[in-house]
Design a protein around this ligand. Structure first.
Ligand SMILES: Nc1nc2c(ncn2[C@@H]2O[C@H](COP(=O)(O)OP(=O)(O)O)[C@@H](O)[C@H]2O)c(=O)[nH]1
Ligand SMILES: [Mg+2]
Length: 242
């Protein structure tokens, strides 16, 4: 969790579906390590509640995490139509651009605005779950706020965590964000269509990631060209309840 920015405070968020002029509440403050531990414990309780709620409804849930711009939304635009009944919760500090993008592709999505928080937390997801379409989807994908640090600390009640690093970010990123590598079930290396243009060694990145988490499965793909999507679809389908 971010120790300086006070971003662990979840009091400043709103669910912003169809809101064009959302009001932001200011919950910004500094918190001590004790307060942060309490906050994470509280978050874990609500995450368990979300998990139980999702299990009851037969909904599998993926928490998709990466830096801003690594290609989460484009991947969902390309992938969701191939995955059956999918609902997406979009987390962003501001605006509803990503939910609008998905809706334009015919994908059901709800935007959550976090205000000043640089991650989603379980309470935000709990509120959003009350707006889940009925009958429930087979799969809920949560696109977390773009950030490789704080989201790793906040369990949302998901069944799987997918982390993503794009080749434009540099192959050293697993070493810089080890918590994200530790907490993930799957690492996606995205934008591989750009490999000829950037200094990014695929094997080195995979090596760093698996040095931190030897169980981490890694797939590389390009949402732009579609390369690698055929390997990701069965991975996700295998995690989705029948
Ligand atoms: N070349 C290339 N560009 C991509 C790819 N995936 C996403 N992009 C572009 O990267 C930018 C950020 O993508 P977006 O999906 O919004 O990233 P997000 O912030 O992680 O949701 C957009 O301009 C995308 O078109 C890819 O596989 N290859
Ligand atoms: Mg996005």
């Amino acid at each position: 969790m971010c120790r300086d920015c006070g971003c662990s405070d979840s009091s400043s968020f709103l669910v912003a579906d169809h809101l064009h002029h959302p009001v932001k509440l200011n919950g910004f403050h500094h918190s001590s390590p004790d307060q942060q531990a309490q906050l994470l414990a509280y978050n874990d309780q609500i995450a368990e509640h979300n998990r139980a709620h999702l299990a009851e409804m037969g909904v599998s849930c993926i928490n998709l995490m990466s830096a801003p711009g690594s290609g989460k939304t484009l991947l969902l635009e390309r992938l969701a139509p191939k995955l059956g009944q999918v609902w997406v919760i979009e987390g962003d500090l501001n605006g509803a651009l990503d939910a609008d993008r998905l809706k334009r592709c015919g994908i059901s999505a709800l935007q959550v605005q976090t205000g000043q928080a640089c991650h989603l937390d379980a309470e935000m997801v709990h509120h959003a779950l009350h707006q889940m379409p009925q009958p429930p989807p087979d799969l809920l994908v949560i696109e977390n706020v773009g950030n490789l640090a704080c989201p790793a600390d906040f369990d949302l009640g998901e069944s799987r965590r997918i982390a993503m690093i794009s080749v434009t970010e540099g192959d050293d990123k697993p070493l810089k964000y080890p918590n994200m590598m530790r907490c993930a079930d799957l690492l996606l290396i995205s934008k591989i269509d750009l490999l000829p243009y950037v200094d990014f060694e695929l094997e080195r990145c995979v090596g760093y990631a698996q040095q931190i988490n030897p169980d981490l499965k890694v797939l590389s793909l390009s949402a732009k060209t579609g390369q690698g999507l055929a390997d990701l679809i069965p991975y996700i389908k295998a995690k989705v309840r029948p």
